[in-house]
Design a protein around this ligand. Sequence first.
Ligand SMILES: [Zn+2]
Length: 500
Amino acid sequence: MIFKLETGFVLKKFLELKHSLLCALYFLIIAGLILPGGYAFAQEDTPQGPVYIVQDGDSLWNIALRFGVSLEDLQAANNITNAGQLTLNTPLVIPGLEGVNGVLTTSRVPLGENLRSLSRRYQIPSETLIRLNHLTSPGEIYAGANLILPVQETAAGPTRRTVLAPGQSLLELAVLNGTSTWELANTSSLESRWLALPGDVLHYPGGAAPGEEQPAGSSGENFNDSPGALPSLITGISLSPTPLVQGQAAFIRIDAPPGLQLEGSLAGYDLHFFPDEGGYVAMQGIHAMAEPGMYPLAISGTLSAEDGSASFSFSQNVFVTSGDYVYDPVLTVSPETIDPSITQPEDAQWLALVQEYTPEKMWDGVFAAPVPPEFAECWPSRFGSRRAYNGSEYRYFHTGLDFCGGVGTEIYAPADGVVVFAGPLTVRGNATMIDHGWGVYTGYMHQEEILVEPGDRVKAGQVIGLVGATGRVTGPHLHWEIFVGGVQVDPMEWLEQVFP
Ligand SMILES: [Zn+2]
């Protein structure tokens, strides 16, 4: 009886359990049928947050790293069970970015943009750009940096740019441009009409201004290629190379009308702009020993009243990368060769020769080799190699390019110029310096004989001296230097490329 009762109880319990298990299984099947479809629907039509389209070469790990989310969160948000399984062109929802919508793309920051201008150009709040890119300071928006941008299909139309002059009110500026203060503030994402600062570049709806390049609005882009943080009279700005390289010259070109007075600085050096083919060019050598990293570039300009009256100032960080120079074996030299009491005054004298900026550009095209063809590609030592003397640290570098050639080999001017120095020096031996204009100079050392005098105007290919072994050398050769903006740069570049 007891046994029977118990059996019945157990059986009843078993049936109840079986029923609930079946119910659970049934629910799971139904859920399994509905959820994937329902999920796909949600992903395609109403994504919760911005999406990223999987590109060739992407891994889930790299995507998580790029957007600063955990692999687990990324998998969960997209219902991915196998992290190794990633299909090309699949839209992935990036979690943790509530309030951000659109397709996330990576774009290189051009010169002439800052956080404010990019925010206005793409009509994205600055805070969103900061969050998306994990920026800790606006200085991280350096030229050439990779920036993540949410691109929305419903983008605003092309905008025109104008700049607020000191002492000018937003109302005056609006009237001058045929727009309203409201439109200026709205299109420029100003939180209030009182937040416009003098020199601030503001945007308002409309096509390209007269003389400004037509924006690429028709092709679906909502901006033109002109630099957004600079006034519309600047139709283009470029920097090369990007990134900048230790021991190479930086070239900045600004497309703007004549009459613009430009000033600036790069990595602490003053920039000197010269008119060139409908714009302005400044060149500055980056020191071969400059620490790789970010350096500030600042440019300001004034247009006189008769030319239309405008002023602006702009700054952006630029990146300097390593020149990958080799380390020469430690050299042993006689101590007086590196005695600062001898080298420093001579270095100062040599550098003082290259500080002037002659407005006339005397060179044209690539520089010619300064030695006869049989030695033109014979280089016992290249520019930039790191050097240590008598057990010192590697704090020296080779400041020029050495050419072979026995005593008496002819030395040629590589381009037109004016001789600014010709004479004997203790370390450099018989030395010559030629000014080629725009802050570009070439120097010649250890000559047997100097065949020019200061003030001489020389032509490209003219014999200016003879190779020798004067000064502190171990054998005859020509040590040849090129200065740009008071800094030695790799002469090899000038033999191969046309600058600027
Ligand atoms: Zn040398």
